[in-house]
Design a protein around this ligand. Structure first.
Ligand SMILES: O=C(O)CCC(=O)C(=O)O
Ligand SMILES: [Fe+2]
Length: 424
């Protein structure tokens, strides 16, 4: 994983959350006061719809230069065409075929348009739209003031009726890809079994392999005075002697930052070390990854999950702008699943100077990065752990049993990302 600081300043509006200004690495991410209330967003959306319905003659083209769907900021321009008044206010099912896509200057037929409109306008995930221009030109011209986006496509997986948003070539964002049961299952696995040796974690370097960290952390709670591990910390010459500091399992669980599954990644050499002892990725996770990788795979080719990195984020943790470039074949996707608290994900360009686009990743969302997207810097500058913004109510109701309390306590203030890779 090539870590690099992306210094281009970005400015992102997050609907009710306000405006964030910062750098790609997130260090200077700041939340500014909210410019819009919930009600004004709703009103704005309504009035946008009304003005469309009133003012748009059939067949005209429109340019939406900025809007936000599911927290995903689209700041590039998009042309929609083939709009007719009668489309508005009608609830049509998204019934376009798997390959329906909208490209720059492309023309949508009414069914395609309605499907997209339906997805955008009849969902709570539409947060805001700004700057809507209309044009009667049929061929948008590419000038700087009238820019046409060349890389935003919308796709539907017709079989599952799921919307996939593809803001960059090779980048797929599939909101709500994992069911609630799947989310809970993989949260449990991520805590109980993924950090188990021979899988390595960030704790290996200091403590060596640690067995049953999650179980020990659970037991810690009832016997907080009995730490499970100790390490010796040199506190400096002036103290005249070494001072031992004990670390409890629950502290180590909180400090768990990553674990690696399958082929083990050697962070010091920044490469996969096939000689390190390892277990194959669990079969259920392999099957899931193969299924999830589908939209980014060439027809008839199957994704081969060989390694995975599990990232654990607590309050204040972030992942700086980086590239994942240690796998051999970049045409194969990285399959990346989000669990737990909501996060901001930034997708930049090939240069660290390119301004990233931002999106929220919620529990159950999936990202695929293949091809060109593998060359794009990306990072996670922030997670949200407060009750209002973490958006994990559905997990709270599912983890309701007594045995589940420890998972719930953990995930209430954490995010887990499982990203699965084909190495060769
Ligand atoms: O946490 C995420 O969503 C992204 C993780 C990632 O980019 C990585 O582990 O390489
Ligand atoms: Fe990454």
């Amino acid at each position: 994983m090539a870590m690099a600081l992306c210094n281009s300043l970005f400015h992102v509006e997050f609907g009710e959350l306000g405006v964030a200004v910062g750098t790609f690495d997130g260090i200077r991410l700041t939340k500014l006061p909210c410019p819009r209330s919930n009600t004004s967003i709703k009103c704005a959306t309504k009035s946008v719809k009304r003005s469309y319905a009133r003012a748009i003659p059939c067949g005209a083209q429109f340019l939406i230069s900025k809007y936000c769907y599911n927290g995903l900021l689209f700041s590039d321009d998009i042309w929609w065409s083939g709009i007719s008044d009668s489309c508005f206010g009608r609830r049509l099912s998204p019934s376009v075929g798997p390959d329906a896509s909208l490209q720059s200057g492309g023309f949508l037929n009414n069914t395609q348009f309605s499907a997209i409109q339906n997805a955008f306008f009849h969902t709570e995930r539409l947060s805001w739209i700004t700057y809507i221009y209309k044009s009667h030109e049929h061929s948008p011209t590419r000038t700087s003031s009238n820019r046409v986006c060349t890389h935003i496509h919308f796709k539907f997986i017709s079989s599952e009726n799921k919307l996939i948003l593809i803001p960059n070539a090779g980048f797929y964002f599939i909101p709500g890809a994992l069911s609630l049961e799947e989310q809970c299952q993989w949260i449990k696995e991520s805590l109980m079994s993924f950090p188990q040796p021979p899988n390595r974690t960030n704790h290996n370097a200091i403590y060596g392999p640690i067995e049953d960290l999650f179980v020990s952390a659970k037991e810690d709670k009832s016997d907080a005075c009995t730490p499970q591990w100790k390490f010796v910390e040199e506190l400096g010459e002036s103290h005249g002697k070494d001072v031992s500091k004990s670390v409890s399992a629950s502290v180590l669980l909180r400090k768990l930052r990553w674990s690696t599954l399958g082929l083990q990644f050697d962070w010091s050499k920044r490469s996969y070390n096939i000689s390190l002892p390892h277990k194959k990725i669990p079969d259920a996770l392999c099957q899931l990854a193969k299924r999830m990788a589908g939209p980014a795979m060439p027809c008839g080719v199957e994704f081969q999950p060989e390694a995975a990195i599990v990232n654990y984020f607590g309050l204040g943790d972030m992942l700086g702008g980086h590239l994942d470039d240690m796998e051999k074949d970049w045409s194969k996707p990285i399959v990346s699943m989000s669990l737990g608290c909501k996060a901001i994900f930034l997708l930049g360009g090939k240069s660290r100077e390119d301004t990233p686009i931002a999106m929220f990743l919620r529990s159950g969302d999936l990202i695929l990065m293949a091809g060109e997207a593998r060359e794009c810097f990306h990072g996670v500058p922030r997670i949200f752990t407060d009750a209002e913004n973490a958006e994990i109510c559905h997990l709270e109701s599912h983890f309701a049993g007594e045995d589940d309390q420890h998972y719930l306590n953990y995930i209430r203030t954490s995010r887990i990302n499982i990203n699965i890779r084909q190495v060769f």
